[in-house]
Ligand binder design. Structure first.
Ligand SMILES: Nc1ncnc2c1ncn2[C@@H]1O[C@H](COP(=O)(O)OP(=O)(O)O)[C@@H](O)[C@H]1O
Ligand SMILES: N[C@@H](CC(=O)OP(=O)(O)O)C(=O)O
Length: 392
């Protein structure tokens, strides 16, 4: 197998951990696998270097300073491999075989990076390249970075361009867990998780794999997360399934919008629970939920509008915090996910501007970490879909 093994800062946080990393690489090489290593800066080195730049420094100088974290760790890992009799070389920006290059806008130059990565692949049967994660080389040869957590991006991108069988992300948790094991008790490994599920989590704190890295995952490339204590690079951990998708979807059937208003909603606990629970007990699925200052809006299939209205009206009668319920229909919902949605400032403005120009009323705009849902009148659905498709 051809494997890209990425060691995060935590898995290289001390000499002992580096030795452990080298042991696992040595074992994989001894079993006949081609291994390329991507290394992050040891422990919290990157944070420490950034904190220490307390003076005025240009972006170029900052990148040079910060790059020393990864430049040091590749030397450490290379040395530990050499000491075990494994043929290894470290690769950093400035080297002739350095693969990751960016264009004048700081974006990865895909064709140049692919070409250089292919050259690196031809050496994998003889040596283990230990590549600095997180770093890139600009068109002028100067070092730049791929952004915080960028080593995951280096690893998945190189895995894809190397036609690797697998990218293994080695970190300080057993994989993607049911919750942050450093914060909750009894967290368990989820075993498997889809790219989209993980992107939603990783944009909001679970940085097991940086979200930008997952954009490079294709169907043919397996990505797995393992604990550095596991010792075996080739088994265990959490498998990340599927591929990164750009999706624009218009719900085929109309929705009804039920709005419950009440001034005390935001001060009382359990209001949302009792409204959603009452619909749930009746087998009515809530497609989207939105909340205002003094209201909660729940979208359900239009065919369920009458039943849902009666159920919520019963809640209005029973709960003093809610004053009244009303229904609006038929409505359409367009969902979009993927692309640069979560990272591009101003993207919402770009999405809604054409609606304003066309005088199409947006009933609701609901966003998550990785998606946007736009609710419009059912009669506006086709034009709205065209507007969104024109954008992406
Ligand atoms: N649901 C979750 N599953 C696993 N880890 C999680 C989760 N939520 C948050 N985390 C945190 O993500 C961290 C791993 O990311 P990071 O510190 O960036 O690792 P590395 O330095 O190896 O890249 C874990 O130490 C853990 O505290
Ligand atoms: N060292 C860089 C890149 C990185 O990906 O680190 P880690 O793999 O430890 O999250 C950073 O801290 O941003």
């Amino acid at each position: 197998m051809r494997v890209v093994a990425k060691f995060g800062g935590t898995s290289l946080g001390s000499g002992d951990r580096i030795a452990r990393a080298a042991d696992s690489i040595e074992a994989a090489v001894a079993n006949g696998h081609e291994i390329a290593v991507v290394a992050s800066a040891m422990g919290s080195t990157t944070d420490d270097l950034i904190d220490d730049i307390t003076f005025e420094a240009s972006d170029a100088d900052r990148a040079e300073i910060v790059s020393m974290g990864e430049r040091t760790s590749v030397r450490m890992v290379k040395a530990a491999l050499t000491a075990r009799g494994v043929d290894a070389t470290f690769v950093e920006p400035g080297d002739p075989e350095w693969p990751v290059v960016t264009d004048e806008y700081g974006e990865v130059d895909v064709s140049a990076t692919r070409e250089r990565t292919e050259a690196l692949v031809s050496t994998l049967d003889e040596t283990v390249p230990v590549i600095t994660g997180f770093l890139a080389e600009g068109p002028d040869g100067a070092v730049s970075t791929l952004g915080r957590g960028g080593s995951d991006t280096t690893a998945v991108m190189l895995g894809s361009y190397m036609d690797a069988d697998e990218v293994v992300i080695v970190t300080d948790v057993e994989g993607v867990m049911t919750g942050d094991p450093h914060a909750v008790e009894g967290a368990r490994n989820v075993g498997e998780i889809s790219v989209d599920e993980l992107r939603n989590l990783s944009f909001r704190g679970a940085e097991v794999v940086a979200p930008s890295a997952l954009s490079y995952k294709d169907e043919a490339l397996d990505v797995r997360v393992v604990h550095y204590q596991h010792g075996d690079l080739l088994t265990g951990g959490t498998t990340i399934e599927g591929t990164f998708e750009n999706l624009i979807d218009l719900r085929e059937r109309p929705l009804a919008c039920l709005t419950v208003a009440g001034r005390s909603i935001r001060n009382e606990s359990g209001v949302f629970q009792s409204l959603a629970g009452a619909l749930g007990d009746a087998g009515i699925n809530i497609d989207v939920a939105a909340s205002g200052l003094d209201s909660i809006t729940l979208y359900v299939d239009a065919e369920e509008a009458g039943r849902a209205e009666n159920i919520l009206h019963q809640q209005v009668i029973e709960r003093p915090e809610v004053a009244s319920v009303t229904v609006d229909e038929p409505l359409a919902i367009i969902r979009l996910t993927g692309g640069e949605l979560p990272t591009q400032p101003g993207v919402i403005h770009e999405i809604v501007d054409p609606f304003a120009e066309e005088r199409i009323q947006i009933h609701d705009l609901v966003t998550s970490a990785t998606s946007v849902a736009i609710v419009v009148a059912w009669s506006d659905r086709e034009r709205s879909l065209e507007l969104v498709q024109d954008l992406f």
